[in-house]
Design a protein. Structure first.
Lengths: 251, 225, 210
């Protein structure tokens, strides 16, 4: 139980708020640095694919955003469960704050997937298994945000959202498997998946750098968003009003 | 009959009796399905070959839409007149009472879909080999719709605009059933084996039946608390 | 761990928050067999919230409600079998007849009670036995709502504005029911503006939430 002490401290809204104000800027700049490195590596330094040419470079944005879209949903569900079971307000705030970010990653994955498909297949959209699954994931995110907005009481909204996210997490593998299976039924043999080509080390490194960049961006963004959620949730308390006043004074 | 069994039957019977007191509404799922099929026919033309090929898909989409529309009636009336609270306050196990409500809902809203589907099969020129798998997939799939729908209806009970919200939340979750059910009917029409699809639907059904009444009961306590 | 003070129903440091507003805080009370807990307060002061917390439906922000020393939120069904809650809404099905509503209340209950005919007689609804609840007047519906108290006996009655829609006869009926219940060893928690049993000598604890 001694191991859990830092978690107890972290789970207090006040401490989280302070931690967030300190950490977020650093993580943000780190993300910027990683984005620069990754994009340089991906867009300039890495070799073009012998089949797809320069257009393959979009995977440096598409693939990490797709990874993040799924990662954030799982995190959102986990935070929701933590808030539901142990009544941790910070977890509720993190879950609620993560949803728009996850939705943004999903949308980015869809948009870049569409851009990638255009030079290859000539159409702005193709119902390949992965893109279709991403679209369904986007609806799961939108549903989660709609549910939270529909419930006025914050705590009840967080708990209901946690249930929904849990249902979503259980269903995502089922939906993904079904969509995969479905795409094999209906795609004519000539159209293969929009898949990343065989990964060579010179492509893998920028890809991982970009994935890290996205991750740090997400953490920084969720820290900022979550602390704003906490300010709103705890608006009546003294610490929140003091913190809001200080924040207003800062340039 | 012990207390739990009597309570289960009481809830089931009450919901069925109320459903039958609104006898005119019982036919609504069937009528709705026929109207939607009519829309498809106007949009696609009346060529029997095209319609026959799309029949299974159209029938199943109609089933999905009709299911979604009927879900609001599961908990909202009880929430509004206070009887839902009484179910939570009875010392009977809530998952059992919830299961009774879901069963009543399926009998009133899901079973008519099966009947409607047979009718639509005729209207849409569904090939002969398609009827048995259509029936089987509907018998497996519509209960899953009711069970899943109940969880989300419990989650959104009493919220403003809950009808549309419920639809937005439930439709992605209905996709797997839709995919496998339509594939089963198509494959059967082409003479292929559909064992895999049926096993998948059956396992979804069993999973839903064993887990969802408990999850729905917990969600009701959460929302009404 | 049984509470040594031995109260049947106890409220400890109860706090209720709705949205941003604290409805009440630091509430303490105790009720025992044969007693009434009368809750008064302006509209919106939290009477219904308090009663819903007492019945175990809703959770307080902080504090606890104890039934014979144990938290009602931990007890769950073990607590619910000892109480009946009649809220603002009548919790009756308008599409069912009076008799069908009574049958349902009986079938849902855990403790067997008197013959339904007797319940009908006490509530003066005998003549309306097979009338759909939709065709009853507001006062008759309220009396039907109160039937659940009689159909399946319980120790604790939790009543939210029971006098609503009732005429003078109806109000006298409620007062008589509560009086008999308390004299028989039950207890009642009731939210009401009107004095419940002015003439009888039932020990009454009062809470004013304004």
């Amino acid at each position: 139980m001694r191991m859990l002490e830092p978690f107890y401290k972290f789970s207090s809204p006040q401490h989280f708020y302070r931690l967030s104000t300190v950490l977020a800027p650093w993580l943000g700049w780190l993300a910027v640095a990683l984005f620069t490195t990754g994009l340089t590596g991906g867009l300039l330094l890495a070799p073009p694919d012998y089949q797809q040419g320069e257009s393959v470079r979009i995977i440096y944005v598409h693939v990490p955003s797709a990874w993040m879209s799924l990662f954030v949903y799982v995190l959102m569900a986990a935070a929701g469960v933590a808030g539901l079971v142990w009544n941790v307000k910070v977890a509720d705030a993190v879950a609620r704050a993560s949803a728009p970010l996850g939705a943004m990653f999903t949308f980015l994955a869809l948009a870049t997937g569409s851009l990638w498909g255009k030079p290859m297949w000539g159409t702005w959209w193709v119902w390949d298994a992965r893109l279709t699954s991403e679209l369904v994931l986007l609806f799961l995110y939108l549903g989660y945000m709609a549910l939270q907005n529909a419930i006025e009481d914050r705590r009840m909204a967080a708990r209901a959202g946690a249930v929904l996210a849990l249902v979503g997490v259980v269903n995502i593998p089922i939906i993904h498997y079904s969509v995969e299976w479905w795409s094999t039924l209906h795609q004519p043999a000539s159209i293969s998946r929009i898949g990343a080509p065989a990964i060579h080390i010179s492509m893998l490194v920028p890809l991982l750098v970009m994935a890290l960049a996205f991750t740090f961006y997400y953490v920084a963004a969720v820290l900022v968003r979550a602390r704003c959620e906490l300010l709103e949730a705890e608006a009546g308390s003294q610490w929140a009003q003091a913190a809001a006043a200080t924040a207003a004074e800062r340039p | 009959m012990n207390g739990c069994g009597r309570a289960f039957v009481a809830v089931l019977r009450r919901d069925l009796v109320i459903g039958f007191r609104h006898r005119s509404e019982l036919g609504n799922p069937v009528v709705f399905n026929i109207i939607v099929a009519l829309l498809f026919i106007f949009a696609l033309g009346n060529d029997p070959v095209i319609l026959g090929r799309l029949a299974a898909a159209i029938i199943w989409v109609c089933a999905v839409l009709a299911s979604t529309l009927s879900l609001e009636r599961l908990f909202t009336p009880d929430y509004e007149d206070g009887t839902l609270e009484q179910l939570l306050l009875s010392a009977q196990p809530l998952p059992l009472l919830v299961a009774a409500k879901i069963l009543a809902h399926w009998l009133l809203c899901g079973l008519p879909l099966v009947v409607a589907a047979l009718l639509l099969g005729v209207l849409l020129y569904l090939p002969q080999p398609g009827y048995p798998p259509l029936l089987l997939t509907l018998l497996l799939g519509t209960p899953v719709f009711s069970l899943l729908g109940a969880l989300l209806a419990a989650l959104t009970v009493g919220l403003r605009g809950s009808g549309v919200l419920l639809a937005l939340l439930i439709l992605p979750l209905y996709i797997p059933v839709l995919i496998f059910a339509v594939a089963a009917v198509s494959d059967a029409v082409h003479g292929l084996s559909i064992a895999g699809q049926i096993y998948f639907l059956a396992s979804l059904f069993v999973l839903a039946l064993t887990l969802l009444p408990f999850a729905t009961a917990a969600t009701l306590r959460l929302r009404l608390g | 761990m049984n509470d040594p003070s031995g109260n049947a129903l106890e409220i400890r440091a109860l706090q209720c928050v709705r949205g941003d507003a604290v409805l009440f805080s630091g509430l303490d009370a105790a009720v025992n067999a044969g007693e009434i807990l009368q809750i008064d307060g302006a509209n919106g002061s939290g009477k219904t919230s308090l009663l819903r917390i007492l019945s175990g439906l809703a959770r307080p922000e902080s504090g606890d409600v104890l039934w014979h020393g144990r938290s009602v939120f931990a007890l769950g069904p073990e607590y619910h079998m000892h109480l009946h809650y009649v809220g603002h809404g009548n919790a009756i099905k308008l599409d069912l007849t009076v008799w069908e509503n009574l049958q349902f209340m009986r079938d849902l209950g855990v403790v067997p009670g008197p013959d339904l005919e007797e319940v009908l007689a006490r509530l003066r609804l005998r003549a309306h036995r097979h009338v759909p609840a939709r065709r009853l007047s507001a006062g008759q519906r309220r009396r039907l709502a109160l039937a659940r108290l009689l159909v399946s006996p319980s120790m604790l009655w939790i009543l939210d504005e029971p006098f609503t829609s009732l005429d003078a006869d109806g109000r006298a009926l409620v007062a008589e029911l509560v009086g008999r219940h308390c004299r028989d060893g039950g207890m009642t928690a009731v939210a009401t503006h009107q004095p419940l049993a002015p003439a009888s000598a039932i020990p009454t604890h009062g809470i004013n939430l304004s």
